[in-house]
Design a protein around this ligand. Sequence first.
Ligand code: NAP
Length: 469
Amino acid sequence: MTHAIAQLAAVVATALFIFSLYWMNDPKTARRGVTAGVIGMLVAVGATWVQPEIVHHGWIVLAIGAGFIVGVPLSRVPLTAVPQRTALSHAFGGLAAGLVGTAEYFLGLGAGGADLTAFRMSAIVAEIILGFLTFTGSLMATGKLQEVRWIPQRPVTYPGQNVVNIGVLVIAVALGVLVAVHPAAAWSARAFLAIVGLALLFGVLLIIPIGGADMPTVISILNSYAGLSAVAMGFVLDNKLLVTAGALDGSSGLILSIIMCRAMNRSFTNVLFGAFGTVKAAAVTGEQKAWKEETVEGAAQLLEQARLVVIIPGYGMAVAQAQHKVRELYDQLTKRGVTVKFAIHPVAGRMPGHMNVLLAEADIPYTALVEMDEINSDMPQCDVALVVGANDVVNPAARYAKDSPIYGMPIIDADKARTVLAIKRSKKPGFAGIDNELYVQDNTWMLFGDAKAVLGDLVRQLTGGSGLH
Ligand code: NAP
């Protein structure tokens, strides 16, 4: 009976996971997608719990309690910290898979090794290699994104690095083949532990040559590894739900990485082996141009008199939590008959969909959000491009500067607008660490300050209020 319930629950949970991913494709249905995913997970945990071999282990309640203690505070991190939070979740997922694989092997060995068939052993070896490398790799990625002091942000490279990395993986896989063929030999347990050690080491080695700017892409690749290790775990435990959920996780992680690589015009191998993110100043051609500032009054006038205003949000809008002020500005301008559009770059911010989430939170109509490819044809007709804390995604150097780390990344053509107003706090570069000539262009005017404060001042100016900061 419990077996039948588990089978039914597996089908229901799998269906919910698939619908969840489908609904999350569109901001209008994304909330429903999250709910479906949560219900699917509850069904999966509930159905696992009622299994006869689990229900009488009362201590499982402790494990669930521990999960809550860690999970609830993790769910409260600010949106800007979601990439590192996600990486931490993958680390836990990888560790769980690695530990289950290790336990299954040693339990089988203790029982004489008869259950450790070549198929089962291959699945266990795949599970521990992927699980443990995901664990340390994701911890390193979390550290880099959180800017932990003792983990270098910049890519750490040395000659022969790729040979060393691939060598470590090849040795782990070769040992894995030996252990799969002779699971109960006198040396197998030691070889098994060596594989665990090599996988843990490989996870660290995999991440150190990758710069902070590529971390979000790497996280989604690690997501895909965690999914694959869950698939292997599903085969080991003969749990179909783990196989399907892991496959969905693995493939969605891979698809997301491909989308992000395309948006940055990078190849997979370039992300993994290219040591992107080296901080270097863009070569300044010709004489150094001056930064020009505009007053809030002047900027408000320019905006009011425009026919088409394109707002280009970036990471700075997320840091300043300025989306609600952006909404107020949008209301003020549309009320005056100005057409206002939002240009959405696929990698603006620090995670895919970052800008969509923030603007949706401020109830900006979806119809006003325009993808990069579509908005670029409007940019020459745009009267004012208002850049709100965006930098790399509007840097014209991406078009021509071959030695720039962002060379080839498609950008939003803010520089083609008649006038550019740019809000940022200082003259510091963005995430890729390079200068941006857009800010010193003849038709660009800076509004220095925190995005929320500057936008607040602009709104007050437009509503005729006082109290500018
Ligand atoms: P960015 O290049 O990091 O620039 C953000 C700008 O916002 C900075 O120049 C900063 O200047 C400004 N800023 C920060 N806090 C601010 C505040 N409180 N008020 C006003 N301005 C503030 O951001 P982006 O243009 O959005 O580009 C995203 C970068 O992340 C790209 O390099 C992209 O490749 C990378 N990336 C993103 C993803 C993703 O999924 N979204 C994935 C991988 C990589 P000040 O310090 O002077 O204020």
